[in-house]
Design a protein around this ligand. Structure first.
Ligand code: PLP
Length: 387
């Protein structure tokens, strides 16, 4: 398969060849821990499944292909993939990270790695000058999330890649929200792209997995070493599920984007809605940056009903019938969440309100159901608030 083919083709064929044993068109699930050797050290390329497994290998090739990388790595979860990246560093090293980071990423940085001597500085990355001002002698990595959760802020990947390069610092981008269908950070100059494959790559809310893709062979070798040495690998069955998800990523994302835009515009025109956050709006503060680095604006939306308090927002999400009240995102089914009581409950109220996560904020992961049913569900729940 030629890697210069277009995304829709790569999502299905990228890095994939029919199975060598019997020509199976779908990569078989090699549910095995070990592999027979004919003589000590003589085998067919695999010796132990932590170090390598053909199903995981197929997924890793596909990940590299759709992210326009040269090397892919599949992990047991998104956080396991991040954990491997931070293990490139040592005590005294510093990381600069997006301030409104996914809560689990923040916890991994502050509660696991900070006590081990790695320092994290959090900043609003919409200001590239602000990031530049934090770079010091010990800075090794810039960790970016864009769009951010749940405020849908956009960070300029190209500008930060240029900055990172000048200072000899690595740039990693959490591409979970955008997916490679909409945004390809390695093409924009990033060194590492990371995914919670649990979300859009898997796409069906039936697997927890993580991914990395890189271009530099030395960086890849160091990450493969950590993946094998630390051992948080993606299992064969989970690898198969993510691979299957990736095959429909392009068509799912097309519909996610259509539905996302329709819901964002519908909510914005609704008299009971105060504000809607979605990077596709022409007057979103970072719309130009979003348009320059994304092929579409996705289906993650947050909004505030007019005059709503904590209890109203809770009543709203409870009364939805098509949208499911749940954590997570990126599946074919629509989900709704209340960040103040769910994903962001552990952040002190004053702090979360500073970044816009007020008591009334509601986050939607718009799925690929019929748009009329989704609109009707939101309208019904908004009516229930009694205006
Ligand atoms: C879910 C998520 C993660 C963590 O991934 P897991 O697969 O749950 O470990 C990291 N970043 C973002 C943006 C996420 O949405």
């Amino acid at each position: 398969m030629k890697e210069d083919m277009k995304f829709n083709t790569l999502a299905i064929h990228g890095g994939q060849e029919p199975d060598k044993a019997y020509g199976a068109v779908m990569p078989p699930i090699y549910q095995t821990s070990t592999y027979a050797q004919t003589s000590p050290g003589r085998h067919k390329g695999y010796e132990y499944s932590r170090s390598g497994n053909p199903t995981r290998h197929a997924l890793e090739q596909a990940l590299a292909s759709i992210e326009k990388g040269s090397f892919g790595m599949a992990f047991a979860s998104g956080l396991a993939a991040m954990d491997a990246v931070i293990k490139l560093l040592g005590p005294g090293d510093e990381v600069i990270a997006t301030h409104d980071l996914y809560g689990g990423s923040y916890r991994l940085f502050r509660k696991v790695f900070e006590p081990l001597g790695i320092r994290f500085r959090f900043t609003d990355m919409r200001s590239v000058e602000g990031v530049a001002a934090l770079i010091g002698q010990n800075t090794r990595l810039i960790w970016v999330e864009t769009p951010t959760n749940p405020m849908m802020n956009i960070v300029d990947i190209r500008a930060l890649a240029a900055l990172a390069k000048t200072h000899g610092v690595l740039l990693a981008v959490d591409n979970t929200f955008a997916t490679p269908y909409l945004q390809q950070p390695l093409q924009l100059g990033a060194d590492i792209v990371m995914h919670s494959a649990t979300k859009y790559l898997g796409g069906h809310s039936d697997v927890v997995a993580g991914a990395l893709a890189v271009r530099d062979p030395d960086l890849a070798q160091r990450l493969y070493f950590i993946q094998n040495a630390s051992g948080a690998v993606c299992g064969p069955m989970d690898s198969f599920l993510v691979l299957r998800g990736i095959k429909t990523l392009a068509v799912r994302m097309q519909r996610h984007c259509e539905n996302g835009e329709a819901i964002a515009r519908h909510l914005r025109e609704h008299p009971a809605v105060e504000a809607v956050f979605w990077p596709g709006f022409e007057d979103h503060p970072n719309h130009q940056v979003a348009a320059s680095q994304m092929k579409g604006f996705g289906a993650m939306i947050s909004f505030r009903p007019k005059g709503a308090r904590y209890a109203d927002a809770v009543r709203f999400v409870e009364s939805l019938q098509v949208f499911t009240l749940a954590e997570s995102l990126g599946g074919v089914e629509s989900l709704a969440g209340h960040p103040a009581s769910m994903t962001h409950a552990s952040i002190p109220k004053a702090e979360r309100e500073k970044s816009g996560v007020t008591d009334a904020l509601i986050r939607l992961s718009v799925g690929i159901e019929d748009i009329d049913d989704l609109k009707a569900d939101l309208d019904r729940a908004l009516d229930g608030l009694g205006g």
